[in-house]
Design a protein. Structure first.
Length: 121
């Protein structure tokens, strides 16, 4: 019987990915996004759920990084929440927002996980 499993080139990196709005939460630490506004329109989202808390990755980042390491991830693709970096949509950058992504990337590298940032998702 022929082996029809796909093959991947040497150096191919397996990992996982998330979208900031779906996991970060921390609504009290970021501005409003198109997704925040969409979720608050009646009838748009089942049960009126929002991303205000989500998985609370913003507050649980160290725990989440340890879980990623325990899973043996080699790469992690995350998206940038621009309302966290630029809460007003333009102008003043929120250093605490940038610091969150610095801590995330540094924590990934400390655990030998390749950080892969997506600018918009």
């Amino acid at each position: 019987m022929a082996d029809n499993r796909p093959t991947f080139p040497e150096g191919f990196v397996w990992g996982t990915a998330t979208a900031s709005f779906q996991i970060e939460g921390g609504a009290d630490t970021r501005g409003s996004s198109i997704w925040n506004r969409f979720c608050r329109e009646p009838g748009r989202v089942l049960h009126g759920d929002t991303g205000d808390v989500a998985c609370d990755h913003y507050h649980r980042v160290e725990e989440d990084l340890d879980l990623m390491a325990d899973l043996g991830l080699r790469a992690y693709r995350f998206s940038i929440s621009w309302p966290r970096v630029l809460p007003g949509g333009r102008g003043q950058v929120d250093e605490a927002g940038l610091d969150f992504y610095r801590r995330l990337a540094d924590g990934l590298r400390q655990r030998d996980i390749l950080p892969v940032a997506t600018l918009y998702h």
